[in-house]
Design a protein around this ligand. Structure first.
Ligand SMILES: Nc1ncnc2c1ncn2[C@@H]1O[C@H](COP(=O)(O)OP(=O)(O)OP(=O)(O)O)[C@@H](O)[C@H]1O
Ligand SMILES: [Mg+2]
Length: 505
C-alpha cells in the first residue's frame, strides 16, 4: 500500500515542499530502500524510526518497504523526516486510519517515540501556508516557534503516539494560539549612563542607532570603545513585528532556538571574535547555514579589534554591506540570506595602541602604523558612514558619579527619528536613512544653496569619494531627523562632515 505525507526541505532560510512516500510491497523479509537524495542523518533515521515505532506499541512491516523523499533533485538533510516516515509507514502498513491528508509533518524521533525539536520550523509554517495545507504538526518547542506565523493552524505534538491519536481524531491536539505580540526585550543590565564623558562618541552612537549608520570607533586602550559599543544595543529602536518575524526566521533556520538562545523582543546584537572564519561570518556549509551577518539582520554586527580580523574575511563584507543580502553558491543551487545589519567596529589607532595619547608615548614606527591601518582596506572604510576618534576621559570625570543621559532617554529620541524616516521612506520599502538607494538620494536629501556650496567645498578639499559623499548626505538627514527638522541645514551637514576622520589618513 502507498502512503504520502507532506513535509519540507530547508534551503537557506526558505523551505521547499517534499513528499514522503512509503510503499509496502509483498509479504516477506523486511527490507528498507531509502531514495531521494538523503544525507547521512536522513539515512540514520531508519534506525530511530524502527525503534520509535516498536517502543510506541506498533509493528514493523514484514515487507520490502520503499521510502522515497520526492522531488529527488532536492537534497534532504537532518532528522526532520523521522516523523513523516514513521506516520507514512503506519498508514502504508494499515496500522492507522483516518483522513489527515494535507497536513505538514516534521520532527525528530527519540528511540522511545518522543519528538525532539528541529530547525527551520518558521520556514516550514510559511511554506505550508503558501501551499494551502490544512495544518502543521511539529514537536512542541518547534511548534511554539512557528506559532508566530498567521494563516495556517499549528499543532504541537509531544510524541509519535500524539500524532497517531490526531490522525484518528483531529480534535486530539488543540491548535496553538497565534503569537503576534513582540515579547519584552531582554534586560541586559547595561546603560548609557554607565559611560562617563565621551559626549562626542555617544552622540555618534545615537546618530548610528537613529539612521542605521555604520560606525567605527578608534581610540587608545581602555578609553571605553567596547563599553560604548555594547551599550548601543540599549538605545536601538524596537523592531517592528515584520522585522522580528524575519529575525526569528533566520535564527530558527540556524537552529539557535533549539539550543536555548532563542531571540527575544529586541534587535540582534552579534559580536563574533576576530578569529571567526569567512564561512562563520558570511554563512555557508554544504547545506548553507546563516552566518553572523545574517544572525545580525535588522540589528547590529559588532566587530571589536577590527584590524585583527583576517583581511579576506573583512573584504567579503563589502557586497553584503551594499546589498543587505548575501548569495552563497553551492552545487545544490544558490542560497540567499538576508543581512541588513548595522556595522559597528572598534580599533586602536596603531599596533601599540597609544598613538595620540597624552599619557603614554607611542612606540610604533610610521611603517608599522601604516601597515596596521592598511589591514582595513579603503573600500571597506568607505562603506562606514561615521568614523570617530575616542579620546581618553580625564581622571576627574571618571571618578565623578553618573551624570549623562540614560539609555531610555536617548532611545526616545532615536525612536522619534525612526518614525520620521519610516514615513518618508515608506514608498522605498526601507526602514532607515542608511538604506536610501543612490537613485533616491537627491530627491530625499535635498540641499539648499548654502549647503550645496559647503558640500562642494568639502569635496574639493578632502579625499571624500562619491560613496562617502552619499554617506555624508544620509548622515546629515539623520541628524536633521533627530532634531525634528524638515530640511537639512548647514549645522547638520557640518556635523556629518566631522565624522569622516579616516578619509584623509
Ligand atoms: N568613559 C568611561 N566611563 C566609565 N568607565 C570607563 C570609561 N572608559 C573606560 N571605562 C572602564 O574601562 C574598562 C575598559 O574599557 P573598554 O573595554 O571599553 O576599553 P576599550 O577602549 O575597548 O580598550 P581596548 O582598545 O583595549 O579594547 C571598562 O570596562 C570600564 O570599566
Ligand atoms: Mg575594546
Amino acid at each position: 500500500m502507498l502512503a504520502i505525507i507532506q513535509s519540507g526541505a530547508l534551503l537557506g532560510v526558505e523551505s521547499f515542499p517534499v513528499q514522503v512516500e512509503v510503499n509496502t510491497g509483498e509479504r516477506g523479509e523486511l527490507r528498507f530502500v531509502l531514495v531521494g537524495l538523503p544525507d547521512a542523518a536522513v539515512k540514520e533515521s531508519m534506525d530511530r524510526v524502527c525503534s520509535a515505532l516498536q517502543n510506541s506499541g506498533f509493528k514493523l512491516p514484514h515487507t520490502r518497504t520503499t521510502i522515497n523523499l520526492s522531488p529527488g533533485h532536492l537534497r534532504k538533510e537532518g532528522p526532520l523526516y523521522d516523523l513523516p516516515i514513521a506516520v507514512a509507514m503506519l498508514l502504508a502498513s494499515g496500522q492507522i486510519r483516518g483522513n489527515c491528508d494535507g497536513f505538514f509533518l516534521a520532527g525528530e524521533l527519540s528511540l522511545s517515540g518522543n519528538l525532539l525539536p528541529i530547525r527551520g520550523s518558521i520556514a516550514f509554517a510559511i511554506q505550508a501556508r503558501r501551499n494551502g495545507l490544512r495544518g502543521v504538526i511539529l514537536p512542541c518547542q518547534s511548534a511554539e516557534e512557528a506559532s508566530i506565523i498567521a494563516g495556517v493552524p499549528i499543532y504541537a505534538a509531544r510524541s509519535l503516539k500524539d500524532v497517531v491519536r490526531f490522525w484518528e481524531d483531529p480534535s486530539a491536539l488543540p491548535v496553538l494560539p497565534l503569537k503576534n505580540v513582540p515579547p519584552a526585550p531582554r534586560e541586559s543590565g547595561l546603560d548609557f549612563s554607565d559611560i562617563r564623558g565621551q559626549e562626542r562618541a555617544k552622540r555618534a552612537a545615537e546618530i548610528a542607532a537613529a539612521g542605521g549608520h555604520n560606525l567605527l570607533l578608534m581610540g587608545c586602550p581602555g578609553v571605553g570603545k567596547s563599553m560604548l559599543a555594547k551599550r548601543i544595543a540599549t538605545i536601538l529602536p524596537p523592531p517592528t513585528w515584520e522585522e522580528l518575524v524575519e529575525i526569528y526566521g533566520i535564527h530558527s533556520a540556524a537552529g539557535l532556538s533549539i539550543d536555548g538562545s532563542w531571540a527575544d523582543g529586541s534587535r540582534p546584537f552579534r559580536s563574533p571574535h576576530h578569529s571567526i572564519s569567512r564561512v562563520g561570518l558570511l554563512g555557508g556549509g554544504s547545506n548553507p547555514r546563516p552566518g553572523e551577518i545574517s544572525l545580525a539582520h535588522n540589528g547590529v554586527l559588532f566587530l571589536d579589534e577590527l584590524p585583527e580580523f583576517a583581511r579576506g574575511t573583512l573584504e567579503s563584507l563589502r557586497q553584503p554591506l551594499d546589498d543587505g543580502h548575501v548569495v552563497i553558491s553551492r552545487s545544490i543551487g544558490k542560497v540567499r540570506f538576508p543581512c541588513a545589519f548595522t556595522l559597528l567596529a572598534a580599533m586602536n589607532p596603531c599596533p601599540c595602541g597609544y598613538l595620540g595619547s597624552r599619557t603614554r608615548p607611542c612606540r610604533c614606527t610610521r611603517q608599522q602604523i601604516s601597515d596596521y591601518r592598511a589591514r582595513i582596506s579603503g573600500p571597506l572604510l568607505d562603506r562606514i558612514d561615521l568614523h570617530i576618534d575616542v579620546p581618553p576621559v580625564p581622571p576627574e570625570k571618571l571618578r565623578a558619579g553618573r551624570s549623562g543621559e540614560t539609555s531610555a532617554q536617548v532611545r526616545r529620541r532615536v525612536c522619534a527619528a525612526r518614525i520620521c524616516q519610516r514615513e518618508r521612506l515608506q514608498k522605498l520599502g526601507v526602514p532607515c536613512n542608511a538604506r536610501i538607494g543612490d537613485s533616491f538620494l537627491h530627491e530625499l536629501c535635498p540641499l539648499g544653496e548654502a549647503e550645496n556650496l559647503l558640500l562642494r567645498r568639502a569635496l574639493e578639499t578632502s579625499a571624500l569619494s562619491a560613496r562617502a559623499h552619499g554617506k555624508v548626505l544620509r548622515v546629515a538627514r539623520t541628524i536633521a531627523d533627530l532634531e525634528g527638522a524638515d530640511a537639512i541645514a548647514t549645522p547638520h551637514l557640518v556635523e556629518a562632515l566631522q565624522y569622516r576622520l579616516l578619509d584623509d589618513s
